[in-house]
Design a protein around this ligand. Structure first.
Ligand code: ZN
Ligand code: ZN
Length: 194
C-alpha cells in the first residue's frame, strides 16, 4: 500500500479521555498504524475537558475538546497528529450530536463512542462491532487531519455518517481515489522545507 520511506518523524498519538476500559484501544492503534503507516502510540496524557461541558445540553463541545488536543499537539513536535477518544457525548452548536470532529489539515481530532455503542439504541452490547465503528471513525477523522474531504463512495471510510447505520455500511478502508489523495498529501508533508 504505502511506502514507509521517510515517516519516522511523524507520530499519531491516541489519547483516551473518559474512556471505559472495555474498549480495545490497542486494536484501534494497530488499525490506525496499518492505515497510515505512521508510528501510533496510546498516550497516557491527561486532558481536562471540564471546560467543554455544556450543562444545558448535558453534552461536550467537540470544538473545545479539539482546541485542548491541539494545544497538547503543539508541544509534542512537528508531524504529530493527536486523536482523542472519549465516551462523552459530543456536539456542535448547530447539530444534535457529532460522532467526531477533526481539524482539516491540522493536528487534532476527537471521536466519541457514546452513540457508537449498541446499548445506546436499545440493542445488546457488541464490543466487536463497537471497536469496528471506532476504528472507522478514527481513520475518518485522522484522514481529515491529512487534508482529505468527504467522499461520495458510500463504501469509503471518508463518506460522512449521520447515523450509526451509515458507519456500518462503509468499509474500514479508503477507496482507491482517497487512498491516492492521502498518499499525495502525505508525501507533500514529507517534502523538505528549505
Ligand atoms: Zn468527516
Ligand atoms: Zn473515498
Amino acid at each position: 500500500m504505502f511506502q514507509n520511506s521517510n515517516r519516522q518523524m511523524s507520530l499519531i498519538k491516541i489519547v483516551p479521555i473518559n474512556l471505559p476500559v472495555h474498549l480495545d484501544i490497542d486494536y484501534v492503534a494497530e488499525v490506525v498504524n496499518d492505515t497510515f503507516r505512521i508510528d501510533t502510540i496510546v498516550s497516557d496524557l491527561k486532558i481536562d475537558v471540564s471546560d467543554a461541558y455544556d450543562d444545558r445540553r448535558n453534552q461536550y463541545r467537540s470544538s473545545v475538546m479539539l482546541a485542548k488536543l491541539d494545544e497538547t499537539a503543539g508541544t509534542t513536535g512537528t508531524g504529530t497528529k493527536i486523536l482523542g477518544i472519549t465516551e462523552l457525548d459530543l456536539f456542535m452548536p448547530i447539530l444534535t450530536f457529532v460522532f467526531g470532529e477533526a481539524q482539516l489539515d491540522g493536528p487534532a481530532s476527537v471521536i466519541s463512542s457514546f452513540r457508537l455503542r449498541n446499548e445506546f439504541y436499545g440493542l445488546p452490547e457488541n464490543n466487536v462491532l463497537l471497536n469496528e465503528r471506532i476504528c472507522k471513525e478514527a481513520i475518518h477523522e485522522i484522514a481529515h487531519n491529512f487534508g482529505l474531504l468527504h467522499c461520495d463512495d458510500y463504501m469509503c471510510v471518508m463518506k460522512s455518517s449521520t447515523y450509526v447505520e451509515d458507519i456500518d455500511i462503509k468499509n474500514m478502508e479508503l477507496c482507491s481515489s482517497c487512498k491516492e489523495l492521502l498518499e499525495n498529501t502525505m508525501s507533500a508533508c514529507e517534502a523538505p522545507h528549505i
